[in-house]
Design a binder for this molecule. Structure first.
Ligand SMILES: [Mg+2]
Length: 177
């Protein structure tokens, strides 16, 4: 089990993740965090661009499931029902148990699975412990509150390490940020 905090890839937003990128890596199940990954926490209903993005994944044979630590059940349940996607709640990230349960429900192995999220200490750590591809996005709406800014600063070196590793793999120089 890996306790690494370094994601496999960092993106600006979920829409940067394409079905082609996942298919090339043999991924047929995408697990995703909800809050600040797919929508701001105050957002009650999914917008059309999120619906279109999930439809494009499913059209390429990639199953999609939301895995959230969120305990305020009603909003998350309604958001996922509206979106028409299954939801694994009380995931307890950074424990891998929510991801393991989601994979069992979908009938997929870790090698076929990726986890998308905005936080290193929950989403990325849970992904690495579960042995799935760890994908990270910048938080929707950016870091606003004091603690979000502190967290954002703490995450920066790990994201930079990811970019250096990706740069070495592709033979390109890493970009700043
Ligand atoms: Mg989140």
């Amino acid at each position: 089990m890996s306790y690494s905090l370094i994601p496999n890839r960092v993106m600006e937003q979920y829409a940067d993740l394409t079905p082609a990128y996942l298919r090339e890596r043999g991924i047929t199940l995408l697990l995703s965090d909800l809050d600040f990954t797919l929508a701001a926490k105050s957002t009650r209903r999914p917008d059309q661009s999120l619906r279109d993005w999930i439809s494009a994944l499913e059209a390429e044979g990639i199953a999609f499931m939301i895995v959230s630590n969120n305990r305020s059940g009603k909003r998350v349940t309604e958001f996922c029902a509206d979106l028409g996607v299954p939801y694994q709640g009380h995931a307890g990230k950074p424990s891998p148990r929510g991801l393991v349960a989601a994979m069992a429900r979908a009938g997929r192995e870790p090698a076929q699975t990726a986890m998308l999220g905005d936080k290193l200490l929950t989403d990325v750590l849970a992904a690495n412990r579960a042995g799935v591809l760890a994908l990270m996005v910048e938080p929707v709406g950016g870091a606003v509150t004091f603690w979000q800014k502190v967290l954002h600063a703490m995450q920066a070196p790990f994201k930079a390490a990811c970019r250096r590793r990706e740069g070495r793999k592709s033979g390109k120089k890493p970009t700043n940020g």
